[in-house]
Design a protein. Sequence first.
Length: 382
Amino acid sequence: MLPSQRALFDIPRDVCFLNAASWSPLPLAVQEAGRAAVGRKGQPWKLESNFQSQQYERARKAAAALIGADPADVALIPSVGYGVATAGKVMAIPRGSRVLVLQDDHTSPVLEWMSRAETGGYTVETVKQPADGDWTSAVLEAIERPGAAPLALVSISSVHWSDGGALDMPRIATAAKAKGAALLVDATHDAGVRRIDVKSLDPDFLIFPTYKWVLGPYGRAFMYVAKRRQTGVPLEQISASRKAVSAEDTVYFRDTSYVEGARRYDMGERDHFISLEMAAVGMEMMAGWGNDPIVARLSMLTDRLADGLANSGVRVIDKKLRAPHVLSLQFPQGMAQDLPKRLAAENVYAAPRLGRLRISPHVYNDEEDVDRFVETFKRVAR
Ligand SMILES: Cc1ncc(COP(=O)(O)O)c(C=O)c1O
């Protein structure tokens, strides 16, 4: 099990921050990378000509390492929504087919398909939130539903952001593939924590941002694109995705054919090296710790939370169905609206999410945080 990494962060002992699923604190090393990068932008004449490309290839490699991808299959993008919009442009959803999404999944893997459904002549089918927390069975049932329209796409998060349910993606990927459907995975609450191997999972797209679990800044996200989807038209038309469009050449539009690999989907202004270096450092830290030691630590913490909160009137998803790093408390009588505020007044931070209280520890949390949460919760939730 990974020991607590609190010393690598700037978190005072009296702060009990259990809200990484909203936004993680930046490790000191990531903050330092950001400060140094701002300084470099202050004196840009000192940069080597290959500086930017080294930066974005380092970040691409770090992102690829977290999901078992070849860096050539990873695009640099600014947000999950941007990646899904790219997928929406690249994939044709046949008329009369259906796209599966999860009930109350985050907007990013959902709204793209909803907004295209009417003109595209297909339906978006929502998998209802299962009462027993078993999202995997609910999705498999929806994939297999007899008499349903042909399945074109499954566009889902692999860990549900609000209830913390963990989906068994290998089983879902196999079932979707058997139906000839494409798979888009929003791995926002998964990449860097649970083990992901895109080579065996074989999704069409898998996307994650850096500002939550992989300890990076806003405005940076990464998109794995399967080779079979690497011939589409990118969302933006920029010089970087063309083979030879260079301001330093004597002919500007020398070769406008697209570059090979997922790079064709890279965002404009990908050279933003301040956030790129920060993103790379955070992802490299996560890779250095490794999935299994991280999962061991975070599941130890969420199990301890669940044990401590037993008999306090809240319900949680069964251990084998929930993510190791997200514990969402359900209140059969409803959650007091000001509960998160009352906790925050005691320097204890968790997030209200769709009527639940979402607790999401990360590598900087320890048993003291958990015990503090339990004690404070029992006192202020009364
Ligand atoms: C499941 C999920 N996907 C995506 C995002 C972020 O989406 P975007 O990068 O499009 O803002 C979040 C943020 O809360 C999320 O919880």
